[in-house]
Design a protein around this ligand. Structure first.
Ligand SMILES: *Cc1c(COP(=O)(O)O)cnc(C)c1O
Length: 396
């Protein structure tokens, strides 16, 4: 790896210098109004980024995985029924976590490359007239396959069935990069982390609860201590955490969310879409295909690119790291060796994206794939050139 090159993994993402230095601060009293001046704006800003007026925001020293655990343990009891689809490594891991917590998961096996099967959800929910299903899980953006799903359609499936189950959405690789509508989609819990769209180091689980999800915590009996939202809310009321907060990371989060809101959420989403579209043009010019089955499920934060049969896609990632000092993502689980991933979220420009595409081309040619140097880069250049950025470049 080289510190001079950006990373093209789908998290942790590149850190703007200002955000990185914001995390570096002297020790302060973490139970003081000074900490409150960092904490409360973070909660407020995250709520805005979720597009919610009233969500209860909780930030734990953890990662996205801890956010999943926060969602489950605060709202459910052993044996409770959960509906989930498995269409990639991250939805798989959340299901696995449910099972390890003695939850009864109704799993809809879904092709890796397809989006969430909202129609299957609708049928299952309509058939569950006894309302045994307590929670529906939805991975908004499957980072393993580069597939986004239609959360509004999942909400419609619940509403059409008149089903009261809670809707939990994993937005770890979408929130702060792709459009996310907590209130409009009737999301009950949204989960994310600090190291993807928020451009920070790993270390924070960031979670939003609806009133209904918060109310469920009054009767849920799964054990919870570190991730107890009631303890956390009690801490916030006193400008503190129930334990020692990662103050520097929180200061970084305050700046990162200020910058995102200053840029404007719609501009942030448009920027991610443009960069992603250039990457997709390049993939097409290489004569390769995305793991995402159709255009409507293509993610704007990560592209999983299929390599020809008999070729180990992981070799591209190894070659890039060892020869060029550049990081791409490997395929995970069912698509290990079959895809390599280009992460294009967080702090990224056209020029950075072009450098990643150029590197991927060199690696593929080095490894004997029939790809013409410059072909993908040219396709992306043409797209970026003719579709200039709508918003001013961030100063960083
Ligand atoms: C990265 C990621 C996670 C896991 O987050 P960690 O911060 O690594 O615990 C969960 N879900 C999705 C969709 C992710 O991209």
């Amino acid at each position: 790896m080289s510190f001079q090159n950006p990373v093209f993994i789908p998290g942790p993402t590149n850190m703007p210098e200002r955000i990185r230095t914001a995390c570096d601060m002297p020790t302060i009293d973490h139970r003081s109004p000074t900490f409150g001046r960092i904490l409360h704006p973070c909660l407020e800003n995250v709520r805005k980024i979720l597009k919610s007026d009233n969500a209860h925001i909780f930030i734990f020293p953890s990662t996205g995985t801890g956010g999943w655990e926060t969602a489950l343990t605060n709202t459910l009891s052993p044996g409770d029924k959960v509906l989930a689809a498995r269409n990639g490594m991250f939805s798989h891991r959340w299901i696995d976590m449910c099972q390890r917590h003695q939850l009864d998961v109704d799993i809809v096996e879904t092709p890796w490359g397809a989006g969430l099967p909202a129609e299957r959800y609708a049928e299952i929910l309509a058939a569950d007239t006894a309302h045994e299903i307590k929670v529906v899980l939805a991975t908004h953006n499957e980072t393993a396959t580069g597939v986004k799903s239609d959360i509004a359609a999942v909400r419609r499936a619940l509403d059409d069935a008149g089903h009261p189950a809670l809707l939990f959405v994993d937005g770890v690789s979408s929130i702060a990069s792709m459009d996310f509508r907590f209130d409009e989609w009737g999301v009950d819990i949204a989960v994310t982390g600090s190291q993807k769209g928020f451009m920070l180091p790993a270390g924070l689980a960031i979670v939003g609860f609806s009133d209904k999800a918060k109310a469920a915590s009054e009767t849920a009996t799964l054990p919870r201590t570190f991730f107890d939202i009631k303890d956390m809310a009690g801490g916030y009321a006193a400008n503190a955490f129930p334990y020692t907060p990662p103050v520097g990371l929180m200061r970084g989060l305050k700046l990162a969310t200020d910058l995102l809101l200053e840029e404007g959420l719609e501009n942030v989403f448009a920027r991610h879409h443009r960069i992603a579209e250039g990457v997709r043009r390049a993939v097409d010019a290489w004569g390769l295909e995305l793991c995402a089955q159709s255009a409507d499920v293509q993610s704007d934060t990560v592209s999983a690119i299929k390599t020809p049969e008999g070729f180990d896609a992981t070799d591209i990632v190894t070659r890039a790291a060892e020869t060029y000092g550049v990081a791409f993502g490997v395929g995970l689980g069912e698509v290990a060796g079959k895809v390599f991933r280009i992460g294009h979220l967080g702090s990224l420009t056209d020029v950075m994206a072009l450098s990643g595409l150029a590197t991927a081309e060199m690696c593929m040619v080095d490894l004997g794939l029939d790809i013409k140097l410059g072909s993908g880069v040219a396709a992306a250049q043409e797209y970026y050139r003719t579709n200039p950025a709508q918003s001013a470049l961030p100063v960083d």
